[in-house]
Every structure is written in structure tokens, then in C-alpha cells.
Design a protein around this ligand. Sequence first.
Ligand code: NAD
Length: 498
Amino acid sequence: MAEILHWMDNKPFAGTSGEVGPVTNPATGEVTGQVAFASVQDARTVIDAAAAAFPMWRDTSLAKRTAILFAFRELLNARKDELAAIITAEHGKVLSDAAGEISRGLEVVEFACGIPHLVKGGFTENASTNVDVHSVLQPVGPAAIISPFNFPAMVPMWFFPVAIAAGNTVVIKPSEKDPSAAVWLAELWAEAGLPAGVFNVLHGDKTAVDELLTNPAIKSVSFVGSTPIAQYVYATGTAAGKRVQALGGAKNHAVILPDADLDLAADSMVNAGFGSAGERCMAVSVCVAVGEIADELVAKIAERTRTLKTGNGVDNPDMGPLVTKAHRDRVASYVEAGEKAGATVVIDGRDVTPVGEDTTDGFWLGPTLFDNVTTDMTIYTDEIFGPVLSVVRTDTYDEALELINSNAYGNGTAIFTNDGGAARRFANEVEVGMVGINVPIPVPMAYYSFGGWKNSLFGDSHAHGMEGVHFFTRTKAITTRWLDPSHGGLNLGFPQND
Ligand code: NAD
């Protein structure tokens, strides 16, 4: 059984709490490891290490910082298969999907390799007579990064490449369900030459998170997880005077207009609804069929869904298990509730037979398709975070738009149509942070920023891109006059330009 320890000063740190939690392989149901759970004192020890390293790292030249980032990028690219295997073993997603999340994380590392250009300030000569003004972007200080179970590598990589490149030190608090990816990344940073104390990993639960949110040495908090916890993290962290970006849950709708290519739309609904067993914050969980196409569309989605294979992620089937037994049972209870509420069960994932060996005790639920879902049903109102796709039928585009804009979440959405005018109107009118046009999972590239609106994000900074650079730096404006004989002498008025 693996012992998964905290990571501090470029080496494992056992902590003193004596508390541990189980880590499970969701495909086999086997407990494969025990992860340390931090006490308040353990959290303080790790935070102190990050704080102690900050002055040294802040003053390390951009040339040296980028050399280490490039080395990290090369190592990660060469060894990404190892990381993918770790993700599959603890999360359950299929290997190709684990490789995909690493690629998206690598893009942010590559973006951060350009940090010298990204933190250039401005310079204005002669703003006033013989007075110059320039600005610099300085790191904020030790950063806390608290991540969810569903992307154990990519979500931390939305933040730490930019944070570290900009001169901050970091403490990552990964999900206790799949904590090994963060430790593997920590080892890789050490190999890339990152000095001790810059990248630290703190395992645990609310105790660890609460210390990160309130400890005065932590200057910024980047959180990704469910909406109630995101709201709590935002309220607690900002009350303690920190800058906080807290990304929450989602209920993503895709609108299919009558003129859409229905084969493309059906492929997209299956890919975005059931990929990673629906445990993606950008998964499509509601398909809004507009007008007469609904019967044909549902038939096409069903036909494709029936071909999907669910099994152990190491064999690369279409879909893996759910992350824990408790989560599997919770998702299954939604399927039951949907059926009881009167939605049409087109495909019932509770009947799934997983492919592959050694799957008897895994946490299985196959792809589930509901039709005729109405907005009062819990399968519509709640974020299920599993392989459950609900089709809602509307008569018009306006009804479809109203559904999305009245939803509490605003993470991602998509429209399928061949009408450029309709697509343009949707992009303009929809109140959602990330929009796809004939693209079901519109995750922005690293040089744009990732983030939703409404209850999908608390704070005003999205992840990575220039918003990430802004979040992990603070601007200082410096006004300079070198003495010359013509200075104006005493003047108690507010400075004015001349
Ligand atoms: P979660 O909210 O349960 O946990 C997220 C993190 O918060 C974990 O590190 C966890 O240990 C910690 N945590 C849990 N309970 C806590 C508490 N009471 N106090 C303090 N910290 C606590 O989320 P999850 O189940 O790991 O992840 C799934 C959720 O994340 C979904 O809602 C999904 O939509 C969301 N998500 C959102 C995005 C996005 O970009 N908006 C991306 C990925 C996942």
C-alpha cells in the first residue's frame, strides 16, 4: 500500500497528525494507498516553507526562472505517460483522456515560459517636465492552490506555472481522492532544478484548506471545486484579506437548432456528455433540442451511446468508472429520481456490464440518456457530475436561451447550427463565460483565460492567460525625477502636470 506524503522543501514530509485517508482504484475498488491528512500545525509548517523561500524566488532572475520552466516542460513532455497512469489509477478516467488533460496543462507551462514578455511593465518619458513614470509587475507572495478530484494534473497546472514563473511560491492542496499526481509533479519540479520551498504539496481536508485561507503568509488563493465550497473559500479568503479566484460547479447546456448537422451534434453530445464519465466541469449535461428535430436527434444520440464501452481505464475503453463508490451511488440515485419524476429513460446506465478483467468491485455506472426532461426535475436542477445526459425539448431559440440565462451556473455552453447569424446572436446574448459554436467543450487555449460566470466563478479573475498573470502579480507605478537645477522648490498643493 502506497504512503502518500506531503511535499516540502523538495522532499517528502510526513507531518505529525497521524491522520490518513484511503486512496482507491475506482476500476477495481481496491484501496491502493493512504494519504496523509494535515493537522493545523502540519499546514503551518508547509506554509512557512513556502514563505521562507519567497524572497529568494522573487529575486531569482527571469532568465533563471524561465530556464527552470523550460526544463520542467521538457521533463513533463518526455514522461507524461507515467503521470497519465497515475491519474487513471486514482481517478479512473481512461488513459487517453488522462493524456489529454496533461496536454492541456502543458499548454499553460508553455505559456508561462514566455513570462519575461508577460510581466513587462510600461514606461512613459516626460510625463511631466523631466518626470518619468514606469510600472513593474511584482509577485504577490505565497499562493494556495486548492484543486478538485476531476483533473488532478490539469487544474493545478492552470495556476502553478504562471504563479511560479511570476516569482511566487506555491502550496498545492490536491483532492484527497487522487493526491499522487501532485506529488509526482513536485518531484519533477525538483528534477528540473526548482529551488526548495517554491513548490509544496499539502494533503488533507477542510483543516488544511482553512489554514490556507486564514494564514497571513498566504497572499492569494486559487480554488476549483463545487459551488458551495467555492463560495465558502471566496468569502473566507477575502475576509482574511487575500485575493481569491474560486471556480465552482456547472450545468452546461448545448442548444441544437433545427438547421444543425445532426450527426455532428449527436457525436458531440455523446463525446461531451459521457467523456470522463461526465466528471468534467465542461461536460454537457443538458441537450436542448429546438423544434421538430428532437426525435431524430435523440435516436442518433441513443444509437451512438449504445456502442460505448465502459471499463478499466488502463484498457482505454470509451469510459471509465466513477471516482468513488459514494459518488457512483449518488449519481445512480439521480437516475432513479429522474425515472420517478417521469422523464423518459432512453438508456439506463445502471444496467452496465464493464469490459475487462478485475472489475467486479469497481464503481460502475454506464452512460444514461433521458428524454423529455423538464426544469422541475432534480436531474435538470442539480449538477450530477456523472454520465447522465438530459434532453430538454423547446419550440424556439428564445426558450432555449431563456433556459440557459435563468440557470444559476454559467460555466460553458454550446450551440449547433449552420446559421452564422443565429450563432453570432447566441454568442452575444448568452450569459455564460465560455461558448462553443459547433464545438461542444469550448475550453479556451492557455493564452485565453478559463472561467465561467455566475455561480461558476467567485472573484474577478479567470485562470491562466493574461488574467492569470494579473492575478499572480501586483503592479507598482514608479514616478521618477532626477535632480536638476530647475526644481520648483516648496509646493504644498497636489502634484500637477506641467
Ligand atoms: P469539492 O468542492 O468537493 O472539493 C474541491 C476541493 O475542496 C478539494 O481539494 C477538497 O478537499 C476541498 N474541500 C472539500 N470540502 C471542503 C470543505 N468543506 N471545506 C474546505 N475545503 C473543502 O469538489 P470535487 O468533488 O473534488 O470536484 C468536483 C466539482 O468541481 C464539481 O462541482 C465541478 O463542476 C467542479 N469543477 C469546476 C471546474 C471549473 O473550472 N469551474 C473545474 C473542475 C471541477
